[in-house]
Design a protein around this ligand. Structure first.
Ligand SMILES: Nc1ncnc2c1ncn2[C@@H]1O[C@H](COP(=O)(O)OP(=O)(O)OP(=O)(O)O)[C@@H](O)[C@H]1O
Length: 256
């Protein structure tokens, strides 16, 4: 039996005179790493931003783990079960690594604002459990030793890992990674690939936008290629790589 985590169809988005997305859909099964690629300006970021509630789509149906969701606000989408990272890392620079992960976890806590203000016992025990879970997640992504360092002091590669730990902290159905390898050197890319593999092996589901085609082809189970806001091809990396339309989109018109 297939277990569809993300089932999205008919997504369109217009910016003034520009049709950035036309009737784009995507279906991701549990445990897949799914790649979204395409030349510059193809609509990848727009699609990501629509899925995660940053942009309001003109049309589209959105279903996560069998439940319809409305991508009308970022926090609603996070609650529904999609966690994302950003192309330009967005961490709380002056907070420690562990505090950054704890912020992610608070999406799922119960004590609420009054509990925090009055520091009720249930708030305190919840907080201790969150801190412990945050440290475990830092270990999981390989930066446990940096838990008490301020985020801004971490290397670029480690900050990306921290973002992933924070995304995992929400216990998401889907983790959406926006160009996770951007700015990484080759060693960091190898380590990133190992981490994404490990996350998949734990039966988590990942959608990624990535410019590094080698990484996408080596890592993804399935790939969608966008071009001019339209779905050009969907398939396995091998199918996509030898597809004439894809070759033309990348090479023929030379990065429009
Ligand atoms: N907020 C916006 N307002 C107006 N136009 C936008 C906006 N965001 C994106 N666009 C336009 O929509 C089109 C798709 O852009 P998008 O950033 O989604 O492409 P992309 O595939 O992510 O490109 P890249 O690989 O360069 O990041 C582009 O023509 C872009 O200029």
């Amino acid at each position: 039996m297939t277990d569809t985590v993300l089932n999205v169809s008919g997504v369109s988005k217009r910016f003034g005179g520009l049709q950035a997305l036309s009737d784009v859909g995507i279906q991701i099964q549990r445990g897949q790493v799914y790649g979204l690629i395409g030349p510059n300006g193809a609509g990848k970021t727009t699609f990501f931003n629509v899925l995660t509630g940053l942009y309001t789509p003109d049309t589209g149906t959105f279903e996560l783990a069998g439940k319809l969701y409305k991508p009308t606000a970022v926090h609603e989408v996070a609650k529904a079960g999609i966690a994302r990272t950003f192309q330009n890392i967005r961490l709380f620079a002056e907070m420690t690594a562990v505090e950054n992960v704890m912020v992610g976890r608070h999406v799922r806590t119960h004590s609420g604002l009054l509990g925090a203000i009055f520091r009720t016992s249930s708030f305190k025990s919840e907080e201790a459990a969150i801190a412990q879970r945050a440290r475990e997640l830092l270990d999981y992504v390989g930066i446990g030793r940096l838990a008490d360092f301020k985020a801004r002091t971490l290397s670029y590669g480690d900050q990306r890992r921290l973002e992933i730990a924070r995304a995992l902290a929400t216990d998401p159905q889907l983790i959406a990674l926006d160009e996770p390898a951007a700015g990484m050197n080759n060693t960091e890319k190898v380590l990133l690939r190992e981490l994404i593999d490990k996350i998949r092996n734990d039966n988590r589901t990942i959608l990624l936008i990535e410019h590094d085609v080698k990484l996408v082809m080596g890592l993804c189970d399935r790939v969608t290629v966008l071009d001019y806001g339209k779905q050009l091809v969907v398939g396995t990396p091998a199918e996509v790589q030898r597809n004439e339309k894809v070759i033309e989109a990348y090479l023929g018109t030379g990065g429009h």
